[in-house]
Write a protein that binds this ligand. Structure first.
Ligand SMILES: [Zn+2]
Length: 366
């Protein structure tokens, strides 16, 4: 009985959306949200950036409900107790992938903290090859390379270090893809900014605030090392996570995509950074580079999170991002008024599906 007036209100809001942010434009109604998710499901969406290490019936049902396929990414992180063991993480991710009825693929990794061990390269390659044989489609290199890892003489190791070369050659020889999360948002190198989009992350993870690390490499140096890798391995496919850490300006992303044809980007955890740039500029960027941008959420489902909480997190994020990319609504996106990009259906299909199929051979969406 209370639904009818709400629906009416939403109808008015949609009509008014081009002129002013009207009441009802903040949180979408349940039926609006379901509508966004249904439209998304029709594209057979692939979330190209997810971290799942739990198996759960409600979660798998959500994947089936929205035809959603995940690329499930492993990272070895010595700052998190749960991130230290690659074996345990791999086992948990593979158990999830098995339970997901074809709705997930593995992006594996190697343990970079073994860098100075004499058998580092061969052990890394052996592990990757085992994972490739078990269906892994990609390999993650994480921000600890460039921001944390040091060699035996105390120098930071960047991703273009020649010791990694045989590993990248092996990945290329197996026709697999690298997901490169190099560097962090600009704010990580500046003073803490409580108003920054990623402020809550750095409040929880002050260890990644480079302003507090006296000898930290500048962000520019880390991204130049990433670019050097792209130049040195022109036939290696690399997807730069988080807008390639060039989140502040799509022009910088465009310049890098122009320079390196083997490079694409994912949107993981950075759609908000797009929403604070002018919509016409972002829209033009996404249309021009429609073959090089992959949708990803970067949501985690592990540890104490329940299946229902993970479902809620994915569904609300998928709906919010769909509203931004696919509609012409004016609405609140995490505290900012944004203008939906209203991207053409052909572009949406590429960003949400076809680009992941192209950049990650072997990904098998249901
Ligand atoms: Zn991630």
């Amino acid at each position: 009985m209370t639904i009818a007036p709400l629906r009416l209100l939403c109808a008015f809001s949609l009509a008014a959306s081009l002129t002013l942010p009207a009441i009802g434009q903040g949180t979408p109604s349940e039926s609006q949200r379901t509508g966004y998710l249904r439209s998304l499901a029709a594209l057979q969406p692939i979330d190209a950036h997810a971290h799942v290490q739990k198996s759960d019936v409600a979660f798998t049902a959500m994947l089936e409900r929205w035809n959603l396929h995940l690329i499930d990414i492993l990272v070895v992180d010595d700052k998190e107790p749960s991130g230290v063991s690659l074996e345990k993480q791999r086992a948990a991710a593979l158990a999830f992938i098995q339970s997901a009825h074809g709705h997930a693929s593995l992006c594996t990794t190697f343990d970079p903290y073994r860098f100075s061990q004499p058998d580092f390269v061969q052990t890394a390659i052996d592990g990757l090859n085992r994972d490739f044989a078990n269906g892994a489609i990609a390999v993650k290199v994480w921000k600890n390379i460039g921001m944390e890892l040091k060699d035996s003489s105390g120098h930071y190791v960047t991703v273009d270090n020649p010791r990694f070369d045989p590993i990248f050659r092996d990945i290329e020889a197996h026709n697999k893809t690298v997901i490169a999360h190099q560097a962090e948002p600009d704010v990580a190198w500046g003073p803490p900014d409580p108003k920054a989009l990623d402020a809550s992350y750095y409040a929880k993870h002050p260890e990644w605030n480079m302003a507090k690390v006296p000898d930290a490499l500048p962000k520019k140096t880390i991204l130049e090392a990433r670019d050097h890798l792209l130049a040195e391995h022109p036939h290696l496919r690399v997807v730069g996570a988080h807008l390639g850490s060039m989140e502040a300006d799509v022009d910088q992303v465009a310049a890098t995509l122009d320079r390196y044809p083997n490079f694409a980007i994912d949107t993981g955890a950075r759609v908000a950074h797009l929403t604070i740039q002018p919509s016409p500029k972002v829209r033009a960027f996404l249309i021009k580079y429609q073959d090089r941008v992959l949708y990803g959420t970067d949501i985690e489902f592990m540890g104490k999170t329940t299946g229902n909480a993970a479902v809620e997190e994915w569904e609300s994020q998928l709906a919010r991002d769909w509203r931004y990319f696919a509609t012409a609504d004016t609405f609140d996106y995490r505290g900012h008024t944004v203008h939906g990009l209203n991207l053409p259906p052909t572009v949406l299909k590429k960003i949400y599906h076809s680009n992941a199929v192209y950049w990650f051979p072997g990904v098998e969406p249901k």
